[in-house]
Design a protein around this ligand. Sequence first.
Ligand code: GLC
Length: 551
Amino acid sequence: MERTKWYKDKVFYQIWPRSFKDGDGDGMGDLHGVYEKLDYIQSLGCDGIWFSPLYPSPGADCGYDIADYMDIAPEFGGMEAFKKVLDGAHQRGMKIIMDLVVNHTSDEHEWFQKSRQRIDPYTDYYIWRPAKKNGKLPNNWDSLFEGKAWTYDEVRGEYYMHLFAIKQPDLNMDNPLVREEVKKILKFWLDLGVDGFREDVITFISKTEGLPDDHIMPASKGLNLYNHGPHIHEYLTEFRKDVLDHYDCVTLAEAPMVNPKTALTYIQEGPDQEIDMMIQFQTQCADSFLSDYYPMKFSLKKLKKAFTNWQKKLDGRGWNMLYMENHDHPRIISRYGSEKFWKESGKMLAVSYLFQKGTPFVYQGQEIGMLNWRPESPDMYEDVQTKWEYANHATRKSDKKRLQRLWRCSRDSARTLVQWDDSPNAGFTTSDTPWFYVNQNYKDINVAQQEEDPDSILNFYRKAIALRRKLSCVRDGNYIEHFKGSKKLYCYSRQNGFQRILVVCSFSDKPVRFKEPRDFPVDTARLELCNYENPNPKKLQPYETRVYLWR
Ligand code: GLC
């Protein structure tokens, strides 16, 4: 079957189901709610949906701990509701991709329950090891969420590896039976009609043989011994050849710490291509050192370098996935923009990435400029990583400081209820007790209000996405960055044989002098998009953005 690469013309919307929309009034977001909102998603100009996990799960990591890969959780409406959404999406010309989480399962998955009892064929489905002779853990690796990467299981009398939470044991992908299970899962959903997968931390699935101690990494020990491990390309190729190649589907791989050079070993176009697109983290690190929990001052220079690096290095060789937000990071306006210049910076950030080459993703709530959440108590957080960080980091600091760190770093900021209107709980649910909190600002920031306002962030996203679709140079033109040294402006042009655009983004909260780049006489161009009325040719207002078009 020929893979048509349809994803190159799509704009995706990411749904994190628990907080998107509750359709049956039980306080939990669900597929009934999604069905109600399909027209809304389409009205944004989005024609693809990535669902964060919808499968049955005890919820230790909000669904990224899966207990059954071949079903839809009852709280989301079960299989029937899913099929209705799938059909509804397809009728609208929208594609659906599922989250495939196979680095680990839930410890409540039947495979793990049998594996811990050494019931075949499940005995070696997971990574089990006895303690070292001196009684120490099997190796010195850290988990990314909850302390060391090993937990002792009384039933089996051995340790199991978990690179994430304690309730997320890692699968042993070196076992061919486990790879057969993965292929069954892929086939199951593709046969049901889904259009592809976002593959969760897929670059972690092959661990270095012998699981040696890590003597290099000071933090997150083991990362360099399991990220892009020895058999990763072999396993991904196996999945592709045995299953994915038989469907016109897409794969999007989450890849922590990946750079363009390594990404190309997976996504370089050609007969050996393993994956279609990668979720890189470099554009998320302009205000942190590698992870959100090591915050730094926002650096436009770092952001521009990351944007341009990916645009340049993948050009003509691989396809970019473009995003500003997802369920794993705090909200982007609160980080790279300005809450004071909320509307201006929200629009500018949209333009900063939507006109790059690649397939853009918009995360729920991003299109209305949702902001970080600042609860009054650390007990209000739900996320397993956030709880661990609070309990274990900087315990010498005052409680207030520790809480403020969560305001800045926790991914729960991206997980508060979507703000649909100004009724109680922001119109997310009719229940009095939603599963999670709503950001206090919902009366000022919500969909209903922004639908009415032609100048809203929401309507700006619609315009920007529609413009993107109209311009062939955005799909296939070159990319040139201008004013590289500027600490205030991010500016790029895109050009093909028919047309060219110049994109201007000010990241400054003060006015900035503007002089067009050479060869871009803006007085001969049409200003297609701007977030201020009557823009001044020589000056940009705070967080001003412009898209000029020449044909
Ligand atoms: C990925 C997911 C994240 C999850 C983790 C473990 O990074 O995006 O939400 O917690 O993997 O599955």
